[in-house]
Design a protein around this ligand. Structure first.
Ligand SMILES: N[C@@H](CCC(=O)N[C@@H](CS)C(=O)NCC(=O)O)C(=O)O
Length: 277
C-alpha cells in the first residue's frame, strides 16, 4: 500500500480539519507532528510552507481543502463528507471556503492574543505547546515566539476585538440552518459541519479533540469567558455536539495519542535547535 503522511503542528485547527477528514474517510495515514517553526524544514522539503501537508505517494496536497477533497475521494460510499446532490455539494464547498478565510483566521488570532499578550502566560504557553521545559529557556523563547506570531498573523488587542465581533456574527448567521435542519447542509453531517467544528477549536476546545483534550492548557480568564459565552450559543452547542457525535478516530480512541504526538514534536524541535545551534 502507498504510504500516506500528514505533516502537522498537532494543535493547529487546519490540521485538525485535515486529520478529522482522513479519520472520517477511514484513510490509513501516519501523522508527522512538529512544533511551530520546526515544521518548516518538513513542509519546505515537499514544496510547501504551512501545515497541514499530505503526501500520498508522488502526490502532495498543501492545503487543508485539497486534503479533505482527496480524503473524500478515498472514502468508501458510506463515509462521504460531501453530499451527492450538486446543489448541496456547492453549498458545502461555499461554507467551507468562507469559514477557512474567516473563522479559521479569527479563531487563531483571538487565541494567540489571549495566550501570548501577557509575558507570564506566553512563557507557560511556550512551555506547554512547544515542549520547552526549562524556565530560563521558556523566558528566552517566549518573547521571540510572540514577536514572530504577532507579526505573521497581525495580532493585536484591536485585531482580536474585531475578530471576536466577526466570530459572533458568523455564529449568528449559521444559527438558522442549524436550528431548522439540525446540520449546516442537507440535514446531515457534512464537510461544512466538520470545518465549522474543527476551525472553532482554538475557541471552544471540545474535550473530544484528539490533541487539545489531552493538553490541559488552562485558558486565560478572558478566553475562558469567551469560551463559555460562545459554547452557549446555538452554533457553539452544535459544534460541541458534532464533536461528541461525529469525531471518530481512525481506530478506537487511543489513550495518550495527543501526548505522544507532542512528545514526538518536542523531540523534533530539540533536534532542530541542536542542529542549528
Ligand atoms: N489555507 C491553509 C491555512 C493553513 C495555515 O494557516 N496553517 C498555519 C497553522 S494554523 C501554519 O502552518 N502556519 C505556519 C506557517 O505558515 O509557516 C489551509 O487550509 O491549509
Amino acid at each position: 500500500m502507498i504510504p500516506v503522511r500528514l505533516i502537522t503542528i498537532p494543535f493547529s485547527h487546519y490540521c485538525e480539519k485535515a486529520r478529522w477528514a482522513l479519520d472520517a474517510a477511514g484513510v490509513d495515514y501516519r501523522e508527522e507532528p512538529h512544533p511551530p517553526l520546526a515544521h518548516l524544514p518538513a513542509t519546505r522539503a515537499v514544496g510547501g510552507r504551512s501545515v497541514p501537508v499530505l503526501v500520498h505517494g508522488e502526490h502532495v496536497f498543501r492545503d487543508s481543502t485539497d486534503i479533505v477533497r482527496h480524503a473524500d475521494d478515498l472514502a468508501p460510499p458510506d463515509r462521504h463528507l460531501f453530499p451527492a446532490e450538486a446543489e448541496a455539494r456547492t453549498r458545502v464547498l461555499a461554507i467551507e471556503d468562507e469559514l477557512d478565510e474567516t473563522l479559521g483566521v479569527d479563531a487563531r488570532l483571538i487565541s494567540y492574543w489571549h495566550h501570548l499578550a501577557d509575558a507570564e502566560r506566553a512563557r507557560a504557553f511556550v512551555g506547554r505547546m512547544m515542549g520547552v521545559r526549562s524556565r530560563i529557556a521558556q523566558r528566552l523563547v517566549a518573547p521571540l515566539f510572540r514577536a514572530l506570531i504577532f507579526r505573521r498573523y497581525e495580532v493585536s488587542g484591536a485585531a482580536a476585538r474585531r475578530a471576536e465581533a466577526r466570530v459572533r456574527s458568523t455564529f449568528a448567521r449559521l444559527r438558522d440552518a442549524i436550528e431548522t435542519e439540525g446540520y449546516l447542509v442537507a440535514g446531515r453531517f457534512t464537510l461544512a459541519d466538520l470545518t465549522l467544528a474543527s476551525l472553532a477549536t482554538p475557541l471552544l476546545a471540545p474535550p473530544e479533540h484528539p490533541i487539545m483534550g489531552q493538553l490541559q492548557l488552562s485558558p486565560p480568564p478572558e478566553l475562558a469567558a469567551l469560551r463559555a459565552d460562545l459554547s452557549a450559543t446555538p452554533a457553539g452547542r452544535h459544534i460541541l455536539r458534532v464533536y461528541r457525535d461525529h469525531r471518530r478516530l481512525r481506530s478506537a480512541p487511543r489513550e495518550g495519542v495527543g501526548k505522544r504526538l507532542l512528545i514526538d514534536g518536542q523531540q523534533r524541535l530539540t533536534t532542530l535547535m541542536i542542529r542549528r545551534g
